[in-house]
Design a protein around this ligand. Structure first.
Ligand code: NDP
Ligand code: OXD
Length: 309
């Protein structure tokens, strides 16, 4: 019998307890799963970074921390964490993100606002280009970025992407590294930021980067708030360099009431809802890693603590 600690906000227990138990049973793993277990008896920690557990020192026999979130920026710097950390890659989360991104790309591509918000009742016929004539660039070609690329490709968009290491993604024009960023930005009529929040990605969309995009470009950020230099974006919006931005994530969440984003006419704020981990599929991912841990197999989705993602 192994001991699995569930360390997340108490309300998440209601969502996850049954699916985790189901997945453990399906995998034939006999386990004690609870929110409260003596630290020196815990084998695995199912974890959310906003849990009260921040000091891992007493968890002397734990084999891994299994994160319920895709983003790990709140835990990678934790010096008390010495055991492997796996992040969430969940089919439900991935599909949700691809749908959310595709929806917002379509809004910009078709110019939907023009007719949805039309207080003057203006009759302004406007034919958008076909998707094949629209350049969408995804900054971050990981689990989520590639799923978004696939969905956009299926609709016919011209899709490019940018990552840290070289990539070969079918149908996607791939760029990487510092030079690659300028090349990617230069074609980004619509840019989607799906990078992790690390020291290397902070303010990746700064004034210089925004100036490299085609005039009147659109930005969709479901990645993390610090990817964008907020002051530079507002300046670029005011100057017309960026036509509109849809922002789902922010340096401070909930977005403070006095943030200029709330009232900016060229900004849509969504409350960190781009995608959510689905308990049923995520529980299977967590349990598969526990199975692997017990079988001595490598864990899936391990975080590189030096890179921060
Ligand atoms: P992955 O780790 O799978 O992918 C990250 C991508 O970013 C990789 O392609 C990686 O490059 C690239 N990258 C990382 N650092 C750099 C860098 N310095 N320069 C260039 N490229 C870089 O993450 P996911 O796709 O699963 O998730 C991405 C982010 O989405 C999460 O970290 C999280 O912040 C956010 N998220 C937001 C949600 C929401 O609801 N708003 C929900 C879930 C996640 P390489 O491939 O070379 O390693
Ligand atoms: C995540 C998120 O990281 O919801 O999973 O943002």
């Amino acid at each position: 019998m192994i001991n699995i600690l569930f360390a997340a906000r108490p309300e998440r227990w209601d969502t996850y307890e049954a699916p985790l138990r189901r997945a453990l049973e399906a995998a034939g793993i006999s386990a004690h799963l609870a929110q409260d277990i003596a630290p020196d008896k815990v084998d695995y920690i199912v974890y959310a970074p906003n849990s009260d557990l921040q000091d891992f020192t007493p968890y002397t026999r734990a084999k891994a921390v299994l994160n319920l979130w895709a983003g790990v920026e709140q835990i990678t710097g934790n010096k008390t964490l010495k055991i492997p950390l796996a992040r969430m890659v969940d089919h439900g989360l991935t599909t949700g993100m691809a749908e959310w991104v595709t929806g917002h790309v379509m809004r910009y591509h078709l110019g939907m606002d023009r007719h949805i918000v039309n207080p003057e009742h203006a009759w302004t016929p406007h034919t958008p280009p076909l998707a094949a004539e629209r350049e969408v660039v995804i900054l971050g070609l990981g689990a989520l970025g590639t799923a978004c690329a696939d969905m956009l490709l299926a609709l016919g968009f011209s899709v490019a992407g940018w990552s840290r290491s070289p990539k070969d993604v079918a149908g996607v024009t791939c760029f990487h590294g510092a030079d690659g960023l300028s090349q990617a930005l230069a074609r980004a009529e619509i840019a989607v930021t799906l990078l992790p929040d690390t020291p290397a990605t902070t303010n990746i969309l700064n004034a210089e980067a925004l100036a490299q995009m085609p005039r009147g470009a659109f930005i969709i950020n479901p990645g993390r708030g610090p990817l964008i230099d907020d002051a530079a974006l507002i300046e670029a919006l005011d100057a017309g360099q960026i036509a509109h931005a849809t922002l789902d994530v922010f340096r401070s969440e909930p977005l403070p009431q006095d943030s200029p984003y709330w009232s900016h006419p060229q900004v849509t704020v969504t409350p960190h809802i781009a995608a959510e981990t689905r308990a049923s599929t995520a529980s299977e991912v967590i349990v598969e890693n526990i199975r692997r841990g017990e079988a001595g197999e490598p864990l899936l989705n391990l975080v590189d603590r030096d890179l921060g993602y």
